[in-house]
Design a protein around this ligand. Sequence first.
Ligand code: NAD
Length: 292
Amino acid sequence: MAKVIDGKAFAEGLRGRIARAVETLKTRHGFTPGLAVVLVGEDPASKVYVANKARQTVEAGMNSWEHKLAAETSEADVLALVEKLNSDPAVHGILVQLPLPRQIDSMKVLAAISPAKDVDGFHVVNVGKLSTGQDSLVPCTPVGSVMLAKAVLGPLDGLEAVVIGRSNIVGKPVAQLLLAENCTVTIAHSKTRDLPGVVRRADLVIAAVGRPEMVKGDWLKPGATVIDVGINRIERGGKGKLVGDCDYASCEKVAGAITPVPGGVGPMTIACLLYNTLKAACAARGIDQPAM
Ligand code: NAD
């Protein structure tokens, strides 16, 4: 049976280290990192995410601001708020919760965030820096996924990694990170031929598809490490349930290690958001990040 990769415990440890680093910044440098989150509309899942982000930001000792705007807010008003946050020196990180209502062009809003405060790592400047091997703010879920893989495998040099999914939010940045870790990376997607055959080559599989339990145990090379990014809500036995993109029951029999859903990659995302806020705050102040 595969080793279960406990993302919840790992994220808790990371949040603890971040909180200690924040404390050091306060006492040694007299400032507090701050994260502003912008939520437009009433999407129930987004409201839960934003509330969790705010709570964990405060728990880490950072300042947290929540800007909740009505669903009918114009694009111009969202852009004006982003501009205000860009020029506020107390705000080190800005996160605009996606998806945005239809009247607002997400790409335009993401492009308006100062790259130095872009703690989601979605700005083209940060995307470009990541793909050219420069230090940058990197999307949170990919960072968390690679941290978990390294926690199990140690250095990833030379490993065959297969990323399933090519989104800007997960697939592409996770592939860039794995490349930077010296993996041989294959990105599979909806048009990939013989997906099971491609996955079977992998020492490390990162699934970010959004299709419940798609990856089966017999697709895996025995002993492979499986990082399941998918979060899918399904009905089973008359009850709602969260499952990943991997069929856990069959995969755990073949994999060497696997992340559960929930409790795997999910908790890492906010922990990495706090990490990015700390990083942005230190960079804004021109000081080294405290050791963690
Ligand atoms: P997306 O819909 O933007 O991208 C999905 C990708 O999967 C696409 O690139 C597509 O080519 C590929 N794909 C679709 N069907 C496929 C198939 N049959 N075979 C192979 N590839 C296929 O999704 P996303 O935003 O990248 O999210 C992926 C999953 O990760 C979702 O379940 C999402 O909920 C989850 N997610 C979790 C976190 C977190 O843990 N905090 C964060 C972001 C996304």
